[in-house]
Ligand binder design. Sequence first.
Ligand SMILES: [Cu+2]
Length: 154
Amino acid sequence: MSQATTTPAYGIGVMTVIIAVAASIVFYQVFYLPESLLKPSVDEHILHPTEPRIINIIMGSADAQQQDNFVPKRVDIQLGIDNHVTWDNLDDTAHTVTPNHRHADSYSGEFGSDGVVMPGEKYEFLFTESAEIGYFCSPHPWMTGELVITKQRF
Ligand SMILES: [Cu+2]
């Protein structure tokens, strides 16, 4: 007699535990995991590279006949050495740093200047991952540059 009354209660208890475990697994996978993957832990050496890397946008870059604009044009970057890149607009015209194809660094986000870089101003970006990126200037598409970012070689 007593067994007939306790068994359903026990069954409900087991079901509750199973549902609670299932719910926490779903929570972990759907909410916690994507959130923790979103902000990767980046090596301190990559967050604080030792050498500045400057790309000059030289005077006269807006002139399609002028050969040089982004100087240097092709840059090899090593993570942990010079992966913090600054574009310095030395021209008297506004320019952009616009990727040929959308590029997002998982630490720093979207690459590319937010609108134009005014004369005398800079655009900076911290690269934390290997990548090959072609870029140009949106108002002056003959202005092109290339970045090759690789892991530090010992
Ligand atoms: Cu330009």
